[in-house]
Write a protein that binds this ligand. Structure first.
Ligand SMILES: O=P(O)(O)OC[C@H]1O[C@H](O[C@H]2O[C@H](CO)[C@@H](O)[C@H](O)[C@H]2O)[C@H](O)[C@@H](O)[C@@H]1O
Length: 256
């Protein structure tokens, strides 16, 4: 943190979206960014090298669920685990993988065969997520889905990304660690902070360490995910804690 405070103009602030900037809610479509997040990111954006949201969401969805984000100075959104990039109002992305619609076409039948209630499908175009949070037994449903979804992913050249009461089928070849590493190199960052809440953020934590830059990893703590807290430099209490930490950072920049 010292390096970031001393030289904000060299710092990249990387942030996950769901569970970090946006509180977890039962319905993925009803998620909304923490009310104070856009303003604090805008303040940080005026001081640091870059603010980057690194998320499993498509960038367009992060922008919809985060009104005000588009006005954050210099914001970059690395969505779909880094496959899609939003910057200056433009989205760049490789062509969508053919395996996703093929897997999705078989998914409902698979869920019907398993007879799981309350399990929902989130169509993300470049990926498809199977959520169990609204099932009567979310953990049990996840356990029953793991093997069949792994087989379905394998059949269509996809990988399974596990998350908080969700298993996502997505193309291989990119993760939050690679996305963050590439971004740090592109911007010639001199320090980095990354905050996340979920298993998918572990790769970004590793990228912070691998960069050999002065770096700090922040876990947006929850009862649901223990593994990330164990590997974080700082653990805060969910999105409220993340926003409070970012506010402290922004006020320190304004004072100096
Ligand atoms: O990389 P992230 O920004 O953390 O996105 C990961 C997944 O987050 C979303 O699901 C999670 O948040 C939902 C809304 O709070 C919640 O209902 C769900 O249980 C969580 O797993 C999102 O729906 C996925 O597409 C993202 O990949």
């Amino acid at each position: 943190m010292e390096a970031i405070l001393k030289d904000p103009a060299g710092a990249v602030i990387g942030l996950d979206f769901d569970g970090t900037l946006s509180p977890i809610v039962p319905d993925p479509a009803a998620a909304v960014i923490h009310p104070k997040a856009p303003a604090v990111l805008a303040e940080l954006g005026r001081h640091v090298l870059a603010v980057a949201i690194v998320t499993g969401r498509p960038p367009a969805t992060a922008l919809e669920l985060g009104p005000g984000l588009a006005d954050v100075p210099g914001l970059v959104i690395l969505g779909h685990y880094g496959f899609e990039r939003w910057e200056n109002g433009q989205i760049s992305a490789p062509p969508p993988p053919p395996g996703v619609p093929r897997a999705e076409a078989e998914l409902q039948l698979l869920l019907d065969e398993l007879g799981l209630r309350g399990v929902t499908i989130e169509d993300k175009a470049r990926a498809v997520a199977v959520h169990t949070r609204r099932s009567p037994d979310p953990e049990g449903a996840l356990d029953r889905l793991r093997e069949p979804l792994a087989r379905l992913a394998d059949k269509h050249g996809l990988v399974v990304e596990p998350g908080r009461m969700v298993l996502e089928l997505r193309p291989p070849g990119m993760d939050k660690g690679q996305a963050l590493s590439l971004f740090l190199a592109e911007r010639a960052a001199r320090s980095v902070l990354f905050a996340g809440d979920d298993l998918g953020d572990l790769a970004a934590f590793e990228a912070v360490r691998a960069s050999e830059l002065p770096g700090v990893t922040v876990c947006s703590g929850s009862a649901e995910v223990a593994q990330l807290a164990e590997r974080a430099d700082i653990v805060v209490d969910g999105p409220d804690g993340v926003v409070a930490l970012l506010e402290e950072l922004a006020s320190a920049f304004s004072r100096s």
